[in-house]
Design a protein around this ligand. Structure first.
Ligand code: UDP
Length: 338
């Protein structure tokens, strides 16, 4: 990894800095010379993922962000803390409206109170719902199919209005399928629902087989197609967004590699990388899963000069595999909620 050098060290608040995306971004921010304070309550994050060199404030963003920002001197906020499981959001929407929307409103108000005008927000492709066509551009209609996507879209709207009315400078990054790892930081959730870590858990012997949700989609091999983006390319986009935020403007960018890979291709690549046969069984479609989701990331490439380096699925899976094997036989969640 060669992080982009920064000329302006900033004092930054990273919410959710113990989660998968937040911890990798926090590590990269530290490497380029920023001063990083992490807020995390360890509901889903791992204590050990908070990078060395970051200051840690343990607690709920809603309760502690105001006090932290009131200390003064903060130049910006990267907001990752959120509930992010689609299925859970359907079962327990109140959690998503409270922990995503209400918490973010509290954070936005704390930023306003303390005159912090630079925000990078982790939004999602789930704001678009089932797209009429791919690749998905930022001007396509947003029509989320679950409370998770709806909560993130509501936040995007709130950020726009805060930018317009209060001079906030913000970027929402709409992630497609984030994958891969950065050395010792990777996907290590207590409840795992994502394809690549689940397949790799089969290769590690922690699961018997992988279920392929749907084999009758209108795709080349019948399985669903997604756009997998390497976590380090994603982190790089956060650095660029932070440097380019302008008070009063809210920009929204899709973030994907622009290539689609089917579930079957992901499993085949995991077989190649791990050398394990990875038994797979066919299962019904998962409710609400579109056939194909592929990002157009042209806007961020053109406007911010973002240039993803690790778009090849083999690289993404290899990095994830290196992370999972070094986790070794420790229970995948051993240090959680210490
Ligand atoms: N998927 C699958 N089996 C699994 C988990 C996921 O076939 O055990 C499929 C899922 O239906 C989707 C793709 O893999 O088509 C990616 O799912 P994931 O949950 O990783 O990300 P999502 O696209 O839902 O954000």
């Amino acid at each position: 990894m060669a992080p982009t050098a920064t000329t302006t060290p900033r004092k930054l608040l990273v919410t959710g800095g113990a989660g998968y995306v937040g911890s990798v971004c926090a590590a990269v921010l530290l490497e380029v010379g920023h001063d990083v304070t992490v807020i995390d309550n360890f509901t889903t994050g791992n204590r050990s993922a908070v990078p060395e060199g970051a200051r840690l404030v343990e607690g709920d963003v809603r309760e502690v962000a105001g006090g932290v920002l009131a200390e003064g001197g903060f130049d910006g906020v990267l907001h990752f803390a959120a509930r992010s499981l689609v299925g859970e959001s359907v079962e327990s929407p109140a959690e998503y409206w409270q922990h995503n929307v209400v918490t973010t409103l509290a954070l936005l108000d704390a930023m306003r109170d303390n005159d912090v005008r630079n925000l990078v927000f982790s939004s999602t492709a789930a704001t678009y719902g089932e797209p009429a066509q791919v690749p998905i551009t930022e001007d396509m209609p947003t029509s989320p199919t679950n409370p998770y996507g709806a909560s993130k879209l509501a936040i995007d709207h709130a950020i726009s209005s805060y930018a317009h009315a209060y001079g906030l400078g913000a970027t929402s990054l709409r992630y497609f399928n984030v994958a891969g790892a950065y050395g010792t930081i990777g996907e290590n959730r207590e409840v795992e629902t994502h394809l690549i870590p689940l397949v790799l858990q089969v290769a590690l012997g922690h699961r018997e087989q992988i279920s392929i949700f749907g084999d009758d989609y209108d795709t080349a091999d019948g399985t669903a197609v997604r756009d997998y983006i390497h976590i380090l390319d994603l982190a790089q986009a956060h650095l660029l967004a932070l440097e380019s935020n302008t008070p009063g403007q809210h920009r929204i960018y899709n973030l994907g590699s622009g290539d689609g890979y089917s579930v079957q291709q992901v499993i085949d690549t995991c077989r190649e990388v791990t050398g394990h046969p990875i038994p797979a069984q066919h299962a019904p479609r998962r409710a609400g899963d579109p056939a194909t989701l592929i990002a157009s990331s042209e806007k961020i490439k053109q406007e911010l000069g973002w240039a993803p380096q690790r778009t090849d699925l083999h690289t993404i899976v290899s990095d994830a595999w290196a992370f999972h094997t070094q986790l070794g036989d420790q229970a995948h969640s051993a240090d959680r909620r210490a």
